[in-house]
Design a protein around this ligand. Sequence first.
Ligand SMILES: [Zn+2]
Length: 493
Amino acid sequence: MPLYQNQKLKVYNSLTGKKEDFKPLNEGHVGMYVCGPTVYSNVHLGNCRTFMSFDMIFRYLKHLGYKVRYVRNITDAGHLENDAEDGEDKIAKKARLEQLEPMEVVQRYTLDFHSILEKFNFLPPSIEPTATGHIIEQIEIIKNILEKGYAYEINGSVYFDVEKFNETNDYGKLSGRKLEDMIANTRELTAQDEKKNPQDFALWKKAESQHIMRWPSPWGDGFPGWHLECTAMSTKYLGETFDIHGGGMDLKFPHHECEIAQAEASNGHAPVKYWLHANMLTLNGKKMAKSTGNNILPNEMFSGENTILSKPYAPAVVRFFMMQAHYTSILDLSDEALSASEKGYNKLMDALNSLDKLPTAATSNFDVEAWKQKGYDAMNDDFNTPMLTANLFEGVKHINLIKEGRETISKADKDLLKEAMQVFVFEILGLENQDSISQNSDKLSNVIGLLIQLRNEARANKDFSTSDKIRDQLAEMGIQLKDGKEGTTFSLS
Ligand SMILES: [Zn+2]
C-alpha cells in the first residue's frame, strides 16, 4: 500500500487561501508544473530557494508513493525587460550587449543553472521544455483564444482582451485583485499604445525589423508572450487541468493570473487544482538586488569569494539553512544564520554517522515510532520543513542520550531510527553528507582563524617574515587571506 494512503497531506492553496486535503485528479499520479528560470544571467540565489522548495515537494510526493510528472521549463524567449509589454527581450538584450547569438546566451546560462542545481543536490525534473521549442503549440492556443473571442489582432500583434474575459470569468482571483480597481489605478493608454486597455497583455508580439528572435505566424513574424509559454508547455505535458502549479510569490501577478485567463479562455475551465507559491529570500534584512550590491551568487557563497560572508559555506549547509524555514515564509540570509545552520548541520551529520555504533539494549525508552510519525505530521502539514528539522534534532538529542548511557534503544528501534533519519535527511530534505568542506568547515575555520591571529601578532611585532610566510603558504594551499576594514577574512580558491 503506498504511503500516501496513510499519510494525509494538506497543502496551502494560494487560489483559495486555505490549507486543503491533497487529492490529485488521478489517484496515485501527480502533475506538477513550476515556472523555470529566464536564462539570461547567472541563476539568482532567491530563485534557487524557490526551485529548492519545489525540489523538496517533488521529493516528498515521490516518497509518498505518487508517480509524479514534474515539468519545469526554461524560458529562452519572450520574457521582456521589467516584465513590461514594450521592453526588450531579456535574452536578446544580453546577446546584443555581449555580441553573442541569443542561443549562446541561453546555452551559457542554462549550463550555469544546471551546475548550481546539481551542487545543491536537486533531482532533475521529469521534463524540462523550452519556450522556443513550443512556438507551434503557442500559436495554436492563440488561434483558439481568438476564435473564442477573448483576443484581438492589431498590427501583427495579438492581445488578450481582459475586459471581455472578465465579463464571464474572474480576472484577478488568484492575486485577490478586482479588475475595476486595476482600471482605476492604471494610467491611460498613450497615443502610440495599440492595446484596447492597459490591462490587456500580449499573446503574440510583432517583431520589429531589428528583433533577432522571431518566428513566422498567421499574424506575421513575431515572438510569443511570456505568459503564454507556460500555458502551452503545461497543457502539452500535463493536460488542460493538472494538480500543482508552483512558482515564486512574485509570479502570482500578472504571470500566473494571465496563465489562468489564457487557459480558461481557450479550454473553458480552470487549469490548476492547487497553486503553490514560494516566498522570497532577503540578504541581511534587505531585498537582494544587483543594482544595490546587496547580492550574492551561489558560487560566491560556496567559494567564499565575496564581501558579504566571513567564510565559504558548502552547498549542503546552504540547503539545510533554506530547509529550516517554511517555503511560504520570507527567509533572511546572513552570516550569523548560515553559521548557525552549519553548526546544526554538523551536529545532525555527527549523530547520523554515530548511529551504527550506537549501543542497543533489550528495551527502548525512546518511542521511535511516535517520533517518526511526528516527522511525517510535519511534512503532511503543507511541507513544514522547520517542524521536521526540529523533530530531527529531537532525534539527535535521544541519540546523544543513548550514547551517554542515559537512555536505551532496542536493536529493532535502532534500525527504524536509522532508516527514518536517512529518509528525512537525505531523501526528503535532499541533504548530502559532504565531508570535504562542511563537515570539517568549523574546524578549518578555527584553524585558519588561529593562523590569522598569529599573523596579526607577528605584524604587530614587525615580524614581517613570519606574517608573509603564513599568508604565502596559505595561498599555496589555495586559501586566500583578504585584509579589509572589518579585519581579515579568507576564501578557498
Ligand atoms: Zn510561468
